[in-house]
Design a protein around this ligand. Sequence first.
Ligand code: COA
Length: 466
Amino acid sequence: MADLKKLFYPSSIAVVGASRNPKKIGHLILKNLIEYGYKSRIYPVNPAADEVLGLKAYPSVSSIPEPVDVVVVSVPAPKVPEVIEDAGKAGAKFAVIISSGFKEVGNVELEKKVVETARKYGMRVLGPNIFGYVYTPSRINATFGPRDVIPGGVAFITQSGALGIALMGTTIMEGIGVSAIISIGNKADLDDADFLEFFENDPNTNIVLIYLEGITNGRRFVEAASRVTIKKPIVVIKSGRTEAGARAAASHTGSLAGNIAFYETAFKQSGILFAKSVEEAFDWVKALTWNPLPNSDRIVVITNGGGAGVQASDTLADNGLLLQKPPKNLVEEIRKFVPPFASLANPIDLTGMAPTDWYYKAVYAALNDPDVDSIVVLYCHTALTHPVEVADAIMNAVKDSGGLKKPMTVALIGGVEAYEGIKKLTQAKIPAYPTPERAAAAMAAIHRYVKYREYVTKRLSYLGGS
Ligand code: COA
């Protein structure tokens, strides 16, 4: 098992190739590192400069007055072996190699040479062909992606660089807080399993999201993922699900995307939630990172529109979750304020004339009913109410119930105003979506995780592994 402590809690970081040119990658990484607030020592390395971004520059890693823990390398690929040799000799512990031009374009030998050199000195390598890494508890943003990553519980490991950078932006837009972002690239040395092992016991991480093209060591991956699943969920977006996608992946990071049936089996064994799209993955991550887990499957759907309720019921049923009759007490509570023609089976239909305070009362009652395990709230925008006011009502019900003690997802369905409401709920860490299907599918992912965790726990204890 790799000891990654010094990668995530380094005493010092050097940036090799810290260019003076503000448009170059090495410069941008140094800038992010400084501006995101890494508090320990930062050393720019550039033989052509005396100073970069106000920090004294060194001509080489070995000329820095202390052994550094992490060396971020952003010089052209042919220069990387000599940088690694120098950094290794100087006692660096981790090399984070940004440079492209290795296995992904056929330069297998160059990549091998880099890893062998690092090994000689006991140094571990992240990359090459990556955009860097983030660890918010240490205020490290050693990437050339967006700077203001939101701290939170999601650890994101990505094999795709550009898509990963773009998704960093998505986390900010969606208000999703991250503990770590790891661009893993060619995985010449450290791979997904090494990071899963770290996140398994990382108290700052409550869910792991992986964008995966291919696994190098299937067995080790399944073992590590299974152990993580017992403690926290893993969501995987697997690219290269089709033959065409697999071919594209091979020319991207040089990894074999392989037969999808193999991956499906591996994911099933390790209890991984397998998302088919980026949208689905982020929907689930939001629901899983902000919600507690349910005790059982007694889901209640609250709506003001029959159609939305049917769509949510169908999605839940597609996921093996059949709605049961709602608890008697809850029905009696809601009966007090809705018209007699309201259908209070499950979904509970507050009717199209529902004002915001009916939402408050219904959600409050469901949150406080011990016979309700989770709640899907649906709202179709009518002229009677404004979605932001409905969002406020839902937030107040949560607040007055002492916070989310059972999982809840919300769909506000409509136009621009509905999006305003979604944004407001998201800021309050209540997962909200624009369609009933997405809110229901996200809830289904939470319930599925509980079942997967149970299955993996049993499987490991049967094998004597836990
Ligand atoms: N040690 C330290 N610094 C060195 C050096 C060495 N041995 N040799 C050169 N440098 C300096 C250069 O002088 C330059 O600084 P300056 O601009 O102040 O003169 C800086 O390091 C960068 O070197 P340069 O040759 O200008 O490289 P570059 O910045 O144009 O490109 C990479 C370097 C790594 C960004 C580029 O080769 C690359 O691989 N790009 C792709 C990266 C990528 O996409 N990764 C995957 C993302 S998902």
